[in-house]
Design a protein around this ligand. Structure first.
Ligand code: FPP
Length: 241
């Protein structure tokens, strides 16, 4: 498949369809999530090779806690395993890791792993891999609003300085560019509480394939669709992103 000329700076992915992938093979849902981790590994490598600077992956949403406890624990276990097994390689490949989402209620072992991953890779410059973990966009926006309120009440911010930049600087994604492209696999066409603020001008590409089947060809296909879209950011003329 031919690599498109225009590569988006930031690609965000809703990795959907692990359960259906497993069901179609008569396997337990865990097997689907395991295959999903392989697709994560491959996508990180492909994205970096293709020159994508930021890759955000929706690994666990704040709503995923409502899944059966065994599945929640499987997902936690897979994330821990991924960090333990892949961190050294990611660091060697000059990938920076950032985590977005609510941290205060995470178990200490997982919190420590995530923090170590961020600390070890801080400043790496080939690509930033953003893992959305215990992430919900409304929750993130509420936490940012609460920070604005406390900064105002403690005199660090005056109400007239509250604007989009001041707000964005208090989101978990502070300092990152907004996603140019949001991909969702498995045919569902929803945002599911993902990057509601940040995706204001993103292009959306919905793909029928299930997440474990998402490989280099599927990524290039999504990038090609992105390349064919005209982005106007609310204006009348196309702008190159
Ligand atoms: C959606 O499939 C996928 C998830 C809820 C979790 C995605 C997690 C991973 C791929 C593994 C861990 C992540 C990292 C970064 C190592 P689903 O279970 O909702 O599928 P279904 O809709 O077919 O049931």
């Amino acid at each position: 498949m031919q690599v498109p000329e225009r590569i988006p700076e930031h690609v965000a992915v809703i990795m959907d369809g692990n359960g259906r992938w497993a069901k179609a093979r008569g396997l337990p849902r865990t097997a689907g999530h395991k295959a999903g981790v392989n697709a994560v590994r491959e996508t990180v490598r492909n994205a970096s090779e293709l020159g994508i600077r930021y890759l955000t992956l929706y690994a666990f949403s704040s709503e995923n806690w409502s899944r059966p406890p065994a599945e929640v624990s499987d997902l936690m276990g897979l994330l821990k395993l991924f960090i333990r097994r892949d961190l050294a390689d990611l660091h060697k490949s000059n990938v920076e890791i950032r985590i977005i989402g609510e941290r205060s209620r995470l178990k200490p072992d997982i919190l420590k792993l995530l923090q170590n991953a961020e600390d070890l890779t801080r400043g790496n410059s080939a690509m930033t891999l953003v893992i959305a973990f215990n992430y919900g966009s409304r929750d993130e926006i509420i936490r940012a609003a609460a920070r604005i309120a406390s900064d105002v009440s403690e005199g660090r911010l005056s109400p007239e300085d509250i604007g989009a930049a001041a707000f964005a600087a208090r989101l978990d994604t502070a300092g990152m560019p907004d996603p140019d492209l949001v991909i969702r696999t498995s045919g569902e066409q929803r945002l599911s509480n993902f990057l509601l603020w940040q995706a204001a001008y993103a292009e959306f590409v919905f793909m029928p394939c299930l997440w474990p089947d998402f490989g280099r060809d599927q990524l290039i296909e999504a990038l090609s669709v992105f390349g064919s879209r005209e982005r106007r950011f609310g204006g009348v003329e196309a702008r190159v992103s």
